[in-house]
Design a protein around this ligand. Structure first.
Ligand SMILES: Cc1ncc(COP(=O)(O)O)c(C=O)c1O
Length: 165
């Protein structure tokens, strides 16, 4: 749904929070996050985005006006499927508020060893993401000339969107 559509504006009315994921899981749909951030702001709503798939290398939502960015660091950031971690990023003021409100109840969950695994994994993030991108584009570009049946395979690539949904 376009960020500026009447339906989007109506849905924002009275909202306190707009929670986004871009690209979306599984089908990799893209949203106009800058426009959605502006729309939320105009309605006095805060914005949070799950940036796990894009990683900070491919998308920096704070630059587009999003208030808080969350990542599952268990995925691309750590990159080796050997740790469960998360990241939240935003202004010092907002992060301090998150810490004040949640830290006393949830505590610091990441063990030193998992933190080490995460830092180790992030050293290769640029290389891994470049390869993911090249492989993804090669596969998306080959479709539908591959032998996969279009009946059971839909190309879901943000750069080469093919199928109507
Ligand atoms: C986009 C996205 N964000 C967050 C999560 C949660 O991640 P974790 O397994 O690190 O709790 C998932 C899990 O699959 C996910 O796909």
């Amino acid at each position: 749904m376009p960020a500026t559509s009447r339906r989007s504006r109506q849905r924002c009315r009275g909202a306190k929070l707009l929670y986004l994921e871009n690209p979306t899981s599984m089908v990799f749909d893209l949203q106009e996050i800058g426009r959605l951030a502006a729309l939320a702001k105009a309605h006095g709503a805060a914005t949070i985005i799950d940036n796990s798939w894009a990683t900070p290398l491919f998308q920096q939502p704070l630059k587009h006006g999003i208030d808080l960015v969350v990542h599952s660091a268990s995925k691309y950031l750590s990159g080796h499927s050997d740790t469960v971690a998360g990241v939240i990023a935003g202004s010092a003021e907002r992060i301090a508020r998150v810490n004040d409100l949640t830290y006393p109840y949830l505590g610091g969950k990441l063990s030193p060893f998992e933190a080490w695994l995460l830092v180790r994994g992030m050293r290769t993030l640029p290389l891994r993401m470049r390869q993911h991108q090249e492989s993804g584009l090669a596969i998306a570009g080959a479709w539908p000339t591959t032998r996969w049946s279009p009946a059971c395979c839909t190309r879901c690539s943000p750069t080469t969107r093919a199928a109507p949904r």
